[in-house]
Write a protein that binds this ligand. Structure first.
Ligand code: ADP
Length: 415
């Protein structure tokens, strides 16, 4: 979108400059084209800085373009015939199909409407031209060609507008059926995970009760294995449900103001027993100067928590000696962005796997003889979440030296 808007702005100004040099620009072109170019530039900038508000910029820009095109045609038909007018008419006849396409693509709901009104304007201009007496002499030929160019546009354009309406209709239908499919999948997964996870929780409770009665021995070890498998199954189900849910483009991000410093401290406390059980350190390092801002951060807290959780869980899983550090501060590269890092001194990842680990269901069955359980979805979920939140993710890792996952996330808009 930004590229198209900038190209349109540059193209308009290029035509304006060359037309002026060759004396082909009308009075209308002289002031209307720079204004349109400024509007296109504005739309491009709006799309970068406030993508969610792009819907406010597009309709006025398309309507202004339509007014310009109709005005230029009116001048070409109304004034005394000249080469300048013929040029205006033929260049606008070429531009109109591009205008219709952009209108339908950029503004699916109003594209048909703005194209229809522009076309109706052409019809009216043509009807008025029929009332105008034919000029005499050489000018009559110019007038006829200008008039015929308008007539050709009138004949050809309805087909294009109808085709574009049909494509937009099909696209809407496709989106709707895609949404229905996602909803169906989500309902099924929610049902599945509920139906399986509820009895699983009951099993885990019973295992814990049984464990109270057993004091060591073979039975206790068997019960431990049973508990391990049940916990693993539960984690797999949670990962699959979450990953599938994130496939849905309509998934809403719930922005809220929350205390990120507290959230990270809570997470550390949650994971500390697991780290200590493995003899690892787990530290949290929050830039003191950024603490105040991070205490009132605005984002989807659940998703941010999930990202840190998945990365910390992996860091602890794949580290045998040393420890894990979670760092947080404001980004020094991008204003208004949160910088999060999870670093471990673990087994690391070979350079050829740095990209593939983010693909779903990819687990590095390595010769590192490390038997850790997982679904291969943890990092895929992190990647999708970071994309959904409009951030970026970077991985630095060296085999046997450890890994460093860095995430940058923008602060969510108000409202
Ligand atoms: P899993 O459930 O297997 O942990 P992930 O998607 O979270 O799935 O990770 C994919 C693979 O990437 C893992 O199987 C592991 O081999 C590798 N990996 C992830 N995090 C780390 C890490 N911190 N250190 C070393 N290897 C890692």
């Amino acid at each position: 979108m930004t590229g198209v808007a900038l190209l349109a702005a540059m193209g308009a100004m290029l035509i304006w400059v060359t037309d002026r040099q060759r004396g082909l620009a009308t009075e209308w072109d002289l002031w209307a084209i720079p204004m349109l170019a400024a509007l296109y530039l504005g739309v491009g900038i709006l799309h970068v800085v406030r993508p969610r508000h792009i819907g406010l910029g597009l309709p006025p820009t398309l309507i202004a373009t339509s007014i310009y095109l109709l005005g230029a045609i009116h001048l070409a038909m109304a004034g005394p015939s000249s080469v300048q007018q013929l040029y205006a008419m033929s260049s606008i006849a070429q531009m109109l199909p591009v205008f219709y396409i952009v209108a339908f693509v950029a503004w699916p709901r109003g594209g048909a409407w703005v194209s229809g009104i522009t076309y109706s304007g052409l019809v009216l201009q043509y009807l008025f031209s029929l009332q105008t007496p034919l000029p005499m002499g050489g000018a009559s030929e110019l007038y006829l060609v200008t008039n015929k160019t308008l007539l050709a546009a009138l004949v050809m354009h309805p087909g294009g507008i109808l085709a574009l309406s049909f494509i937009t209709h099909l696209r809407g239908q496709l989106n709707r059926s895609q949404q229905d499919a996602f909803k169906g999948k989500e309902r099924f997964l929610a049902m599945l995970s509920h139906e399986i996870r509820t009895p699983l929780q009951a099993m885990l409770g019973t295992i814990d009760l049984l464990a109270l009665k057993l004091r060591g021995g073979t039975e206790a070890r068997a019960l431990d294995r049973l508990r391990g498998s049940a916990i693993q199954l539960d984690a797999h189900l949670r990962d699959v449900t979450e990953f599938t849910r994130l496939e849905n483009p309509a998934l809403r991000i719930q922005a809220e103001t929350f205390d990120l410093v507290r959230l990270l401290n809570e997470l550390r406390e949650e994971w500390l027993p697991q780290a200590q059980a493995k003899g690892l350190s787990l530290s949290l390092d929050i830039a003191p100067s950024d603490q105040a801002v991070l205490q009132t951060w605005r984002a989807d807290a659940t998703r941010v928590r999930q990202i840190v959780c998945n990365l910390t869980s992996n860091a602890l899983k794949y580290t045998l000696v040393g420890g894990v550090t979670i760092r947080a501060s404001l980004s020094t590269k991008q204003r208004g962005h949160l910088w999060l890092q999870v670093e471990d001194s673990g087994i690391g990842i070979a350079p050829q796997h740095l990209e593939t680990v983010f693909q779903p269901y990819v687990r590095l069955e390595d010769a590192r003889a490390l038997r850790v359980e997982g679904s291969g979805l943890g990092l895929a979920v992190v990647k999708r979440l970071v994309e959904r939140l409009g951030g970026s993710l970077h991985l630095d890792s060296h085999p046997d030296r450890g890994s460093r996952f860095t995430v940058e996330l923008p602060m969510a808009d108000n409202g």
